[in-house]
Design a protein around this ligand. Structure first.
Ligand code: FMN
Length: 202
């Protein structure tokens, strides 16, 4: 039995990235019916941005936190517990203004905490979220390759920093383009969700 944590970050109900991530999870659960899904939609129920008081709470050792600081770390602790408990992480990611949505960035800001999800060592930072597989489903209006693509490198870096190095990406690009480009991209991306599940032994 594996635990799946799915994080969708489209602001829209039925966003293309959410539909891709949902299709993957649905197929995964059909192939692995014993697996358990926890789903969070940070696009439609956004997390608060970090502020000075919350950062202060993060950096205060738990025994020294006052009541307000204790309350401020509850959400971050819960999000970290969710990702720690997961064997598989599924991210639905729209492109907003050339990068990931700020709502997904806020999720990373809440789960990246020294001593909990990464630590500093003599040789540099070390991720602590080990042994997990990540599947990322990206939807974009345009087409971005190489250096123009800021999402895939950022996500690889951020996930890798936390120890999440086994990452597969599915990109639906050109969804805002005409001439059949969007439909072709959509179909290719949905076909990849099937291949990924089949490749997992499902
Ligand atoms: C606020 C906003 C910003 C966007 N910025 C970009 C962009 O920079 N580049 C791009 O190719 N598409 C952009 N798009 C188009 C989206 O990437 C596209 O509609 C995609 O399907 C969004 O994912 P979703 O359907 O899961 O919400 C933007 C859309 C919105 C709503």
């Amino acid at each position: 039995m594996a635990r799946i944590l799915q994080i969708n970050s489209s602001a829209r109900a039925g966003g293309e990235s959410s539909r891709l991530a949902d299709a993957f999870v649905e197929r995964w659960l059909a192939a692995h019916p014993e697996d358990v899904l926890v789903r969070r939609d940070v696009g439609r129920e956004p997390l608060p941005h970090l502020d000075e008081a919350t950062l202060g709470a993060f950096f205060t050792p738990s025994e020294g936190r006052d009541a307000d600081q204790q309350a401020r770390v509850v959400l971050s602790d819960r999000l970290i517990e969710e990702v720690r408990a997961a064997d598989i992480l599924v991210l639905g990611v729209p492109m907003y203004n050339f990068t990931i949505p700020s709502t997904l960035k806020a999720w990373f800001d809440h789960i990246a905490r020294a001593g909990l999800t990464f630590r500093y060592t003599e040789t540099g930072p070390q991720g602590l979220l080990l042994g997990k597989r990540v599947y990322v489903f990206i939807a974009r209006g345009g087409v971005y390759e190489g250096e123009a693509d800021t999402q895939v490198p950022y996500l690889r870096q951020m996930l890798g920093f936390l120890g999440l190095t086994e990452v597969s990406f599915v990109l639906a690009q050109g969804l805002g383009m005409g001439g059949g480009v969007a439909e072709k991209a959509r179909q290719a991306a949905f076909a990849q969700t099937i291949d990924l599940v089949a490749g997992s032994g499902g």
